[in-house]
Design a protein around this ligand. Structure first.
Ligand SMILES: *Cc1c(COP(=O)(O)O)cnc(C)c1O
Length: 383
């Protein structure tokens, strides 16, 4: 019987359960660079930790089970995972991407991948006609975030997967915001799912990691060749930290979403809050599409306040919530996309997307929700 996701967070699929001879419940940290060979021409299955290490392998097994994939490779960061994914393409290849992306992905595409000959166009992928219109003879992939960062736009993954099949394109989905707990893009037709494991999967704001989950053997082999060659696989200790984090993924996701729903309700009623962007709000334009492909809304909220002074005061006056980049961890963090995550976007692009000096992004943690609201209330009062 297929296990429930809460169970898979601990064991993955049973057949992949790690098999330590000591009976250790926690996967050991195999802190070794290399492995001795039993005889000439033989291997224990491990040769050198750039290629594979048992701690990393266990983490990869868990992620494959959670995302219903064929295989997973764990990388040293989300960006390392995205860069490894881009190594699948050749100079002259064209990629269509969502136009509201994590700022670091845009920086990678525009400054590294373009230099290496890739063509990237940014479009509103929540508009399906727009996607088909933008496909060119050299288009090789569609790259999607849903919901997007920070504007929470939702793209219909099943519909885009259909377009990708028709034109023989790879569908790549950054599933960092909803995680496999709420959304499984491979089950909806994606070929590659990527994650910043730094966020909800690790969950404790204590280490960086990234994942590429592949839907088939052929893609898996190509990605394994890339990680072996460029050497950006996740280290044993960091693999262990993320393994430990994932054990409580289900509990954290439920708690954080519950908190987020209460906070969204409170924010929408606050006189200084002008707009709230959250996929769990029935008035959100992507609400139904999201519900049709995901089992939850997550805990990322963007909101617009009445004026810049309010935004700045809020960031400087919060006492419990911390003003920091990143998201998804147990600690609540608030950030200013215009100056932080999306600072590298050209000003016109920022304006066009609504990433202005009144927009804040809030990653809701596991604190008691009353304490979070009290903190927001006192910070919004000052000024
Ligand atoms: C943080 C993030 C990344 C990059 O991951 P790192 O672990 O910081 O390298 C990519 N995509 C999304 C949606 C992110 O939030």
């Amino acid at each position: 019987m297929e296990k429930h996701i809460n169970t898979k967070c601990l064991y993955g699929n049973q057949k992949n359960k790690h098999n330590d001879p000591t009976g250790a419940i926690s996967t050991p940290i195999y802190q070794t660079a290399t492995f001795a060979h039993p005889a000439v021409g033989q291997s224990t299955g491990y040769d050198y930790s750039r290629v594979q290490n048992p701690t990393r392998e266990q983490l990869e097994h868990i992620m494959t089970a959670l995302e219903n994939g064929n295989d997973t490779v764990a990388f040293s960061s989300g960006m390392a995972a995205i860069q490894a994914c881009m190594e699948l393409f050749e100079p002259g290849d064209h990629i269509l991407s969502s136009d509201d992306l994590y700022g670091g992905s845009v920086r990678l595409f525009d400054h590294i991948n373009r230099k290496n000959g890739l063509e990237i166009d940014y479009i509103d992928t929540s508009d399906l006609l727009n996607i088909e219109k933008s496909i060119k003879s050299n288009t090789k992939a569609i790259y999607i975030e849903t919901p997007t960062n920070p504007m929470m736009q939702v793209t219909d993954l099943r519909a885009v997967a259909k377009i990708c099949k028709k034109y023989q394109l790879l569908l790549i989905v950054d599933n960092t915001f909803l995680t496999p707990y709420y959304q499984n893009p491979i089950s909806l037709g994606a070929d590659i799912v990527l994650h910043s494991g730094t966020k909800f999967l690790g969950g404790h704001n204590d280490t960086l990691a990234g994942f590429l989950v592949t839907a088939n053997e052929q893609l898996s082999e190509r990605i394994r060749f890339v990680v072996k060659t460029i050497g950006t696989g996740l280290a044993p200790f960091d693999s262990w930290l993320i393994l430990r984090g994932i054990k409580t993924l289900a509990l954290r996701m439920e708690c954080q979403q519950k908190n987020a729903l209460v906070i969204v309700d409170w924010l929408t009623k606050h006189p200084k809050v002008k707009e709230v962007y959250y996929v769990g709000l029935p008035s959100h334009p992507g609400y139904h599409t999201n519900l049709n492909q995901a089992t939850g809304f997550g805990s990322m909220i963007s909101f617009r306040v009445d004026q810049k002074e309010t935004a700045v005061a809020l960031l400087e006056q919060v006492k419990l919530i911390q003003y920091a980049e990143s998201l998804g961890g147990v600690e609540s963090l608030i950030t200013y996309p215009m100056l932080q995550t999306h600072a590298d976007l050209p000003k016109e692009k920022q304006e066009e997307k609504g990433i202005t000096d009144t927009l804040l992004r809030f990653s809701v943690g596991i604190e008691h929700v009353d304490d979070l609201i009290a903190d927001l209330a006192q910070a919004l009062e000052i000024q």
